[in-house]
Write a protein that binds this ligand. Structure first.
Ligand code: HEM
Length: 134
């Protein structure tokens, strides 16, 4: 017999603490990108004001983490790879994005087991965004 609830159990969205926690994580991520010289390489790909980037990443992560699909409702299909094509993304940019997100998760006090699970998933998505060799 098939498992009737293959996805039973709390979603990462719930485990993180819901809407306010996901928004807090995104805000910390962009605060760090703005502040830390180590992320300057990806900061300069973004617009001078990060408000729109904050909203869009929050809406996207909400659905991606198993919460309400806000991005799909407001904007439509994410088509993330296509939307990143205007920006030159190689290994350095990918790794800066991932380190910035890991630091944000750390500072937000995300449980280490959940952090490892999310880091793996973020790696897959970020690596798929690479559009430049090296
Ligand atoms: C691999 C390194 C990455 C770089 C350098 C990068 C850079 C950028 C830049 C410059 C923008 C445009 C910002 C704006 O329009 O305000 C953007 C948009 C966005 N990024 Fe990334 N990104 C990366 C990885 C990721 C990953 C891993 C995710 C999701 C897990 C993600 C999700 C998004 C979303 C949802 C948007 C908004 C798309 C839109 O509606 O225009 N990005 N990214």
């Amino acid at each position: 017999m098939n498992d009737p609830q293959p996805n039973a159990g709390p979603t990462p969205y719930e485990l993180l603490g819901g809407e306010a926690a996901v928004r807090g994580l995104v805000d910390r991520f962009y605060d760090l990108m703005d502040l830390e010289p180590a992320y300057a390489g990806i900061r300069r790909l973004h617009p001078p004001a990060l408000d729109g980037s904050r909203d869009k990443l929050f809406w996207f992560l909400s659905g991606w983490l198993g919460g309400p699909p806000v991005y799909a409702e407001r904007i439509g299909h994410p088509m993330l790879r296509a939307r990143h094509l205007p920006f030159s993304i190689g290994v350095d940019e990918r790794d800066q994005w991932l380190r910035c997100m890991s630091q944000a998760m750390d500072e937000a006090g995300v449980d280490p087991v959940l952090q490892r699970r999310l880091a793996q998933a973020f790696f897959g998505t970020a690596d798929w965004m690479r559009n430049r060799p090296g």
